[in-house]
Design a protein around this ligand. Structure first.
Ligand SMILES: Nc1nc2c(ncn2[C@@H]2O[C@H](COP(=O)(O)OP(=O)(O)OP(=O)(O)O)[C@@H](O)[C@H]2O)c(=O)[nH]1
Ligand code: SF4
Ligand SMILES: [Mg+2]
Length: 409
C-alpha cells in the first residue's frame, strides 16, 4: 500500500467491435486522425487488438481499441473472438461498427451481449458513402432507442459527430470527479479525523487520503480537528458544538467506535474512499457475500500494483486472518497484483480489492464492473475490515443516510 502516490489520470476505454471488414480499423484511424491500424479489403486483417491513446475532449484521455472481427473463422479465429470479448469486460463505451450490409443476426448478437454487460454503446453505420442505412435498420435502432449515426471512415463524414456522441453517452464516473466528504457536511460543521501515529505512519507527514479529506472539509467551510485515537474522547468532550462527523483510519476502527456516541455519524477513511474511488453499491453488495463464505471458499485478494510486503501486511496477512476469524472457517486465499484480473476469475467466491490509491476512479469502477460482468462478488479492504469488526453498518450509515436523503428530494 502506498496511499501517497498520486492517482493516475482517468482514461476511458472505447472499443470498436463488429464483423470483419466492417471498417473498424478505418474508423479508428479516422477518429484519431492517424493511420494506426492496418486497413485492407481482406477480411480478418486485424488479428490482435490494437490500442491507441487519444485525447477526446471534453472527456479527456481515452484509449481506442480496434478489435478482430467477431465473425473470424477457424480455431485461431475463435481465440481472437475470445480475446475481443475479454476486451469488452474492460470497455467503458462500445462502438458497434456496421458494414454496408447493415444489421444482421451477427450484429444483433453483439448488441445483445453489450447490452447484457451494461456497456453504453453507439451503433456506427459505416460506409454510408456507398450505401445508405436501410429503413429497416433505422426502425430497429429507433424501436430500441439505440444511439446510432451514419458515418464514412473513407470520406471522414460525421466523425466529429461520432466523437460527440461518444462523449454524450460516457458513464458519469468518466465525466465528473465525485466528492469525498463535501456532500456529507455543511458549512460550520465540526468534523473530527482520527489519525493513528504508529510505526506504519510515514515520518513527518500525513498520508494523501487524510490530506485530501482535510482539504474537502475546508472547501465545505467546515472545521476539521485532527487527533490520535488516544485523544479522541477528550477532543469530543471539549467541543462546544457536537461533532457532525467522526472519520477514523480503518485499522483502529475497533478502538475508536466505542468512544463515539451512537448519535454522532461515524465512518472510516476507507468507507469514504470506497464511494469516491468506486461504485459504493457494488462494493457494499460484495461485502454481504462475506456472510456466505464457508469452509474452503475461494477468495482472491487483488491489489492494483505490486509493492514491498511488510510482515503484518494488510492484504496477505491481516485481512485473511480477520476474515477467517469472522467466518469461523478455513478459507483459500489467492493473491494477485497488476492491472488485470486472472483468467480464472470466475472460480472465486469473492474478490477483495485494495484501496486502489494508484487507480483513477474510472479504472476502479471498470474493475468493479468487470467482476459484475463475470458474475463474481467484489468488495474492498476498507469495507471488509469494518465488516469483520462488526462495524460495517455503522460506518456506512452516514453514506446511506445521505443516499436516502438525496433520493427523497
Ligand atoms: N467505401 C468505403 N469503404 C470503407 C469504409 N471504411 C472502410 N472501408 C473499406 O473496407 C475494407 C475493410 O476495412 P477495415 O478498416 O480493414 O475493416 P475492419 O473492420 O478493420 O476489418 P478486419 O480487421 O478484417 O476485421 C477496406 O477495404 C476499407 O478501405 C468507408 O467508410 N467507405
Ligand atoms: S493501488 Fe492498491 S496495492 Fe497499490 S499501493 Fe494503492 S492500495 Fe496498495
Ligand atoms: Mg481491422
Amino acid at each position: 500500500m502506498n496511499p501517497n502516490a498520486a492517482p493516475r489520470a482517468l482514461r476511458a476505454n472505447i472499443t470498436l467491435i463488429g464483423r470483419r471488414n466492417a471498417g473498424k480499423s478505418s474508423l479508428v484511424n479516422a477518429l484519431v486522425g492517424q493511420e494506426v491500424s492496418i486497413v485492407s479489403e481482406q477480411a480478418g486483417t486485424t488479428t490482435d487488438a490494437v490500442a491507441k491513446a487519444y485525447e477526446l475532449l471534453p472527456l479527456g484521455p481515452v484509449t481506442f481499441y480496434d478489435t478482430a472481427g467477431l465473425d473470424d473463422e477457424g480455431s485461431l479465429g475463435e481465440l481472437r473472438i475470445r480475446a475481443t470479448k475479454k476486451i469488452l469486460f474492460k470497455t467503458d463505451i462500445a462502438i458497434v461498427v456496421i458494414s454496408e450490409k447493415g444489421i444482421g443476426s451477427e450484429e444483433k448478437a453483439i448488441i445483445d451481449e453489450i447490452r447484457q454487460q451494461k456497456i453504453p454503446f453507439v451503433i456506427a453505420f459505416n460506409k454510408t458513402d456507398i450505401n445508405a442505412i436501410s429503413a429497416q435498420d433505422i426502425e430497429y435502432c429507433e424501436t430500441h432507442k439505440f444511439h446510432y449515426i451514419a458515418v464514412s471512415a473513407t470520406n471522414k463524414t460525421k466523425i466529429n459527430q461520432l466523437k460527440k456522441l461518444i462523449v454524450d453517452i460516457a458513464p458519469t464516473e468518466l465525466k465528473q470527479e465525485p466528492l469525498l466528504v463535501g456532500d456529507l457536511i455543511k458549512a460550520g460543521d465540526n468534523v473530527v479525523l482520527v489519525v493513528p501515529i504508529d510505526l506504519s505512519a510515514p515520518k513527518g507527514r500525513l498520508i494523501l487520503p487524510q490530506v485530501q479529506t482535510l482539504r474537502e472539509i475546508l472547501d465545505a467551510n467546515a472545521v476539521a480537528s485532527v487527533c490520535k485515537e488516544s485523544d479522541l474522547a477528550a477532543t469530543l468532550a471539549n467541543m462546544k458544538q457536537p461533532a457532525a462527523l467522526v472519520i477514523t483510519d480503518s485499522q483502529v476502527v475497533m478502538k475508536v467506535a466505542p468512544l463515539v456516541p451512537e448519535e454522532i455519524p461515524f465512518t472510516t477513511f476507507s468507507t469514504l474512499f470506497a464511494r469516491y474511488k468506486g461504485d459504493f453499491e457494488i462494493l457494499l453488495r460484495g461485502s454481504k457475500k462475506i456472510d456466505e463464505l464457508k469452509e474452503g471458499s475461494k477468495v482472491l485478494i487483488a491489489e492494483a500494483c505490486s509493492h514491498h510486503v511488510e510482515p503484518d501486511d494488510i492484504g496477505t496477512v491481516k485481512i485473511p486472518n480477520w476474515l477467517q476469524k469472522y467466518c469461523h472457517c478455513y478459507l483459500q486465499f489467492d493473491f494477485y497484483s497488476g492491472c488485470d484480473f486472472p483468467d480464472n476469475l470466475e472460480q472465486y467466491d469473492l474478490v477483495i480489492h485494495c484501496g486502489a490509491c494508484m487507480l483513477g476512479r474510472a479504472e476502479m469502477v471498470r474493475r468493479l464492473k468487470e467482476c459484475e460482468r463475470r458474475g463474481v462478488a467484489i468488495t474492498n479492504y476498507g469495507l471488509t475490515i469494518s465488516k469483520t469488526q462488526g462495524l460495517l453498518e455503522r460506518v456506512c450509515r452516514p453514506l446511506e443516510d445521505h443516499i436516502l436523503s438525496k433520493a427523497a428530494l
